[in-house]
Design a protein around this ligand. Structure first.
Ligand code: GAR
Length: 190
């Protein structure tokens, strides 16, 4: 059986879609489940359109080892991937899946990380500070927002004319280019 990936996502899900498609075209692993804390998140429809099981849950479900914990132990994933997931991962999950929960952050951590720093909030702050570069960070998840060990970073140049939307587009491009390959390398090293 192929190694199994579960994706957690809260919103649009373009990264989730990109990862699903990448692994549908390789033998390395398979995305078997997409889980979202928003029942109307676009990511659920994107997953279903690609024949991947998709399900929403509440914050209470996430924090309950008898609900999401049980679901995950039934699936027994090799990697859990956070692709635009905005809730804090509960401690029981970190304990159950040491070094198996991977997040992508749309900035060069440790800069622009922490609670409240997600999506466009990050890109607005980067533009307000006149940064000449930004990038992506792929890292392990621990009990603290954006503080787990860094696995991979990639940078992109910014110009003074770049709007937060321009920065978001540059960051998404980097994410699509690198995230699936980094996950594949992690799977191959398991
Ligand atoms: C991505 O840029 C991801 O890095 C970011 O949310 C976006 C989701 O886009 N994640 C965070 O900000 C987590 N702190 P998508 O839904 O189109 O994949």
């Amino acid at each position: 059986m192929k190694p199994k990936i579960v994706i957690f996502a809260s919103g649009n899900g373009t990264n989730a879609e990109n990862i699903i498609k990448y692994f549908q075209a390789t033998e390395t692993a398979e995305v078997v489940q997409v889980l979202s804390n928003k029942k109307d998140a676009k990511v659920l429809a994107r997953a279903e359109a690609l024949n991947v099981a998709a399900q929403s849950f509440s914050k209470t479900d996430l924090n309950d080892p008898e609900i999401i914990g049980k679901k995950l132990s039934e699936i027994d994933p090799d990697l859990i991937v956070l692709a635009g997931f905005l809730l804090k991962i509960p401690e029981y999950m970190v304990a159950d899946f040491p070094d198996k929960i991977i997040n992508i952050h749309p900035a060069l951590l440790p800069a622009y990380g922490g609670k409240g720093m997600y999506g466009m909030h990050v890109h607005r702050a980067v533009v307000e500070n006149g940064e000449s570069q930004s990038g992506i960070t792929i890292h392990y998840v621990n009990e603290h927002y954006d503080e787990g060990g860094i696995i991979f970073q990639a940078k992109t140049r910014l110009t003074p004319e770049d709007s937060p939307e321009d920065v978001a587009a540059k960051i998404h491009k980097l994410e699509y280019e690198h995230f699936p390959q980094v996950l594949e390398n992690l799977i191959l090293s398991l």
